[in-house]
Design a protein around this ligand. Sequence first.
Ligand code: SAM
Length: 278
Amino acid sequence: MVGELYIVATPIGNMGDMAPRAVDVLHTVDLVAAEDTRRSSRLFRHFGIKTPMVSYHDHSDNKQINTIVDMLLRGNSVALISDAGTPLISDPGYRLVKIVRDKGLKVVPIPGSCALIAAISVSGLPSDRFIFEGFPPAKSSARVAKFESVAEEFRTLIFYEAPHRILETLTDMVNVFGGARQVVIARELTKTYETFLSGSLMKVLVQVEEDKNQQKGEIVVVLEGVRPSEKDPDTAEARRVLAILLDEVSLKQAALLAAKITGYQKNELYALALSLKQ
Ligand code: SAM
C-alpha cells in the first residue's frame, strides 16, 4: 500500500471557510508539508491539529522532496498546505506534485478557498472565460511589457498584486489598456475590511490614490478583456482568416465563420471581406 499526497486548500482570511474535509485530512495524515510552519501553527491551533509539520518550498532541495516521496512509498500519507488559499496557485507545490505524479503516486485535491475564484465570482465581469496572470512583474518596464502582451486579450484578466505596488500597477494599466476599461479591485476578501472598488480603470485609480486604506492588505485585480465590438477588425489577423475563408465559401459565410474565429463583429468583417474581394 502506498500513501497519498493531499493538496489541501486553507482559508484566505476567514477561518469559517475551512472545509470540514480539509480539517479531517490534516488531522489524519502522517505529515503536513507547509509553506511556513509558523504561520500554519495558527491554523493548527485553531482546529486542534497536532500532526507533525515540515516546511516545503519549490526551491527546497531534492532531499526534502525525496523524504516526502519515501514516506508515500512506505504507505504514509502527506498533506501539502500553503500560507493561505489553494497550494500551487501563486504558491509552492508544483515541483512536488509533478515529481509525485511522475512516480505514479496518487495526488488528491481537497478544494476550498482561492482568492482569484472568490474575486471573479463577485466581479460582475464576464466569468465564462478568463486568464489568471499571477503577480505582474515588480519593475515597471517589465510590467508594461507584460500588460502589452495581453492588451488584445478578450477574456477577463485576473492579477494578484501587493498593496505597495497597486498604485503603480493601476497607473501602468491605464497607460496600456486605456482609462475606460472596466476593473474590479477585490481587497481583503473574507476579512473584516473586505472592500470592492469597481468602475473604469481611471475612476478606480483616482479612488485608490485618494484613499490610503486602499493601498493596504491583500488585493486581486479583475480586469475586463477587450470587448469584441471594440476590436478594430482591420487587422492582419482578420484579413488572413478572411482571405483563407473567401477561397472556400461565400462572402456571407466567410464573415460569419471569421466572426466566430476572431471574435470581431460579423457586419464589420462582412465590410472587410467586401473590400478584400474588390
Ligand atoms: N494560494 C493563494 C490563493 O489560492 O488565492 C494565493 C497566494 S499568493 C502568495 C497571495 C496573493 O493572493 C495576495 O498577494 C493577493 O493578491 C491574493 N490574496 C490572497 N488572499 C487574499 C484575500 N483575502 N483578499 C484578496 N486577495 C488575496
